[in-house]
Design a protein around this ligand. Sequence first.
Ligand code: SF4
Length: 345
Amino acid sequence: MKRCVDQVLKWYLENRRDLPWRVDTDPYHIWISEVMLQQTRIESVIDYYLRFLKEVPTIFVLATIDDEKLLKLWEGLGYYSRARNLKKTASIIVSKYAGIFPTTYAELITLPGIGDYTASAISSICFQEKKATVDGNVLRVYTRFFGDYSNISDLKVRRRIAGELEAILPKESGIFNQALMEIGEVVCIPKGVPNCLLCPLNEYCISSKKCIYLELPVKNLKKDKKIVEYTVLIFKCDDQYAIQKRKNKGLLHQLWQFPNLEGTYTSKQIEDYLIKKHIVYRSVKKFTESTHVFTHQKWKMISYYIEIDHFLTDSSFVFKSLDIIRNDYAIPTAFQPFLRDLSFV
Ligand code: SF4
């Protein structure tokens, strides 16, 4: 691969896609984009990134941002601990480093939410430190190039690959890292036949010569996700809808949701439940169904639209209009289909 370094750099400078975080190498910009890009597709991140920088243009603003506003800006991106860690890290950088981003991998890796990959990305892209960024794209390109059948789910294998890449990084380490990731995104694609004829690694690539690219990389099969069923209750009173804040801990903590019960209830069971809770209702109608997939579980959700004449006395609920819910409350993606369909009621 060392023999291909110059071709890879040249290819990247001529072929890279125009993306908003590639306009400069300001570490604040690179950090925000790298955190957003974890587990999220590039096309989905672009609008979030632009809106986030408009509202939160500097690390000083991020350090003091209101939590609700931060979660609202993150709404739909998922993995909300990423947003919380951004704020924690921003306050540390402001208080400990006077707002100036640390420049080395060793300092960056100590900050909340900055793991090996992000520390390597910031230190190499912004400060040319020789650290390899090893994500799924790079692992695919690397194992195909070398015809390497090692299991990339094994941490030891990923560490070995990172070490081998670091040994060949040129002084433009950040550009080389970005180039390998870009090759993995657009040429050596994860599904289907790679575009070897367009690849700057083609001359020496073992997979291309032996046509074994579809066998690589080797990784563990994904386990089946746990299925959890929920019944969502859409309480409507005076053109306002009940929402509540999720608990302080656990999945989607402190975000807002429509009230719900674990399990799948029939309309008769929901009516019994309302009577037991002394909730006087006018009607109970079957409403939207939805499935939401998380990393380790899948939620199968049904819902009921329940008209009531009086606000619920339980203080954990607030009643708000649809516009206010949409504009001011961070509603996770799992509950968005219900919010969307309320516009058509
Ligand atoms: S030559 Fe083909 S298989 Fe090899 S790295 Fe490039 S796109 Fe992937």
